[in-house]
Design a protein around this ligand. Structure first.
Ligand code: AMP
Length: 496
């Protein structure tokens, strides 16, 4: 049965969306996927030798269907594609227990490690999560390969059947080589070491995913990261026609027949949150795809074949050029405000930039930021912003006691990098916003957070760490794993 509603709970805004679907829309999406594959296969990637005689290891996870009280099936876009075209996918992808499925996918990927030529998943954050899972399970996987027997906790028939076709005998030499690589203290370049023929990694790395670029570069050993598409549960938008360009330069070429796109110009210096205003004349400024201008930022509006009219995606895009006469866009930022106290509104992009600036203090000490999130703590007066940071050492050592002065400097740098409004509110004689706080959490915390959201119905494939935590339970999860709290000791300078 074709689901009539597709849903998403994975956007960084954290709002659940139910979107009408039709069979025709499914075909349109299938066309988009084929077009994307064609682009990937026919452009720059062709330059890699041996891609055609290798295999892609693309991790896909699905959730059980949700049924509405009226009996309609709710699935995310990617789940619909997989469940409707089961014959195209290996059976373990149909397993709805994500641990069993991921274990099986990794195990098969290890057994066939010499055939793998590219590794990937939907979003960069998902790939990091998979690497963590591998870190926790590689010994068990290697022992399965040594004995030719899969662990007994894998009980799902789809997984058992699919793995037995690939893991059919004892392979002690392969197990030895995996042990040798995984026992190394630092996991720098682990993807390249485990899958030595890998030419590139596939994962969306633009927009809010850009924060994961350093972590991904670390684990991939500098392999190119291909960020193939820009799309959403509402509609698909664009394809990256230069798959091998730097993650910082990715532009997407809009595919004009996927939906009707319109664009609301945004003054390049304007506060993006202003797009939330209810301006009666807003529609007078809207332009369509053929009339956008290079160098201009726009908020994306979409009218879809399934009934959304001028729907505001909440995404801001920047026109960077044209492919023939089709405009190309860089994914800019989301219009959503992640932190707000009093009249301050800090957007996801403001926060991301500020965090990227502050983490530079810890980078010379061998740290990188694995993930972060935030919330506005208004339980005391004045309220203040709290950031949760999960740090990782390049050497893979446990996180040592953090240098108080350096961490306080990180807090100040975040504040210093936020906008004038924030600094003004911090500088008032009776300050309206208190000193910013960074709470460093134990390693693995953001995986626990993800498990929590997945247990609430979020799709694993579409999961993006929420940058503004609203759920009390989620804050509790983070708070219970805090290993250090640090506050800004300086009031930010308003002149810079
Ligand atoms: P969802 O509705 O869960 O599928 O999420 C759709 C949202 O994910 C979009 O509105 C974007 O904010 C984000 N997104 C999707 N593709 C990309 C991309 N290539 N780069 C950055 N963000 C993306």
């Amino acid at each position: 049965m074709n689901p009539l509603l597709s849903y998403s709970k994975g956007t960084s805004g954290g709002k659940q969306k139910w979107i009408p679907k039709t069979a025709e829309e499914g075909e349109r999406r299938a066309f988009f996927s084929c077009l994307c594959d064609t682009v990937l296969n026919s452009f720059e990637l062709r330059s890699f030798q041996g891609l055609n005689d290798g295999k892609a290891l693309l991790f896909v996870l699905i959730n059980p269907d949700i049924h509405t009280p009226g009996g309609l099936v709710l699935r995310t876009g990617s789940e619909s594609e997989i469940k409707n075209r089961k014959d195209r996918y290996p059976q373990f992808i149909l397993c709805e227990d994500s641990n069993q499925s991921l274990y099986s996918q990794l195990l098969c990927g290890l057994v066939q490690r010499d055939a793998i030529v590219n590794v990937g998943t939907f979003f960069a954050s998902g790939l990091l999560r998979i690497i963590k899972f591998f870190e926790e399970h590689w010994q068990e996987m290697s022992s399965n390969i040594r004995t030719g027997q899969m662990s007994a906790w894998i009980t799902d028939p789809n997984c058992k059947r699919a793995v037995s076709l690939i893991l059919s005998k004892q392979m002690p030499d392969l197990a030895d080589s995996i042990d040798l690589i995984c026992q190394e203290k630092s996991w720098e370049g682990i993807i390249k070491k485990i899958w030595p023929r890998t030419k590139y990694v596939m994962a969306i790395i633009t927009g809010s995913m850009a924060q994961y670029i350093p972590a991904l570069e670390f684990y991939t050993g500098g392999l190119p990261v291909v960020s193939p598409v820009y799309g959403s549960s509402e509609a698909f938008f664009g394809i990256n026609m230069k798959p091998l360009c730097s993650p910082y330069d990715v532009s997407y070429t809009f595919i004009p027949n996927m939906a009707y796109y319109e664009f609301l110009p945004i003054d390049n210096h304007q506060d993006p949150t202003c797009t939330n205003r209810k301006d009666a004349h807003l529609k007078d400024h809207i332009v369509d795809l053929a009339n956008v201008k290079i160098g201009q930022h726009y908020e994306l509006l979409v009218t879809t074949f399934t009934g959304l009219y001028r729907y505001r995606m909440g995404d801001i895009v920047l026109v960077t050029g044209f492919h023939n006469s089709t405009p190309q866009f860089k994914f800019g930022q989301r219009t959503n405000v992640v932190l707000s106290i009093h009249t301050d509104k800090t957007t996801e992009q403001d926060l991301q930039k500020a965090v990227a600036m502050a983490i530079q203090i810890l980078e010379p000490l061998g740290f990188f930021l694995l993930d972060y999130s935030s919330y506005a703590d208004t339980s005391s007066i004045p309220g203040h912003y709290v950031l949760f940071w999960e740090l990782q050492l390049r050497s893979n050592d446990d996180i040592p006691e953090l240098d108080q002065v350096k961490m306080e400097k990180c807090c100040s740098l975040v504040e210093q990098s936020l906008d004038q409004k924030y600094k003004l509110l911090r500088n008032q004689s009776i300050s309206t916003i208190g000193p910013l706080e960074i709470r460093v959490v134990k390693q693995g915390t953001f995986n626990v957070l993800m498990d929590f959201y997945v247990s609430q119905g979020t799709s694993l494939n579409q999961y993006k760490t929420p940058k503004n935590i609203k759920s009390e339970k989620a804050i509790e999860i983070l708070d219970s794993r805090v290993v250090g709290k640090f506050y800004s000791r300086e009031v930010p300078n308003q002149d810079s």
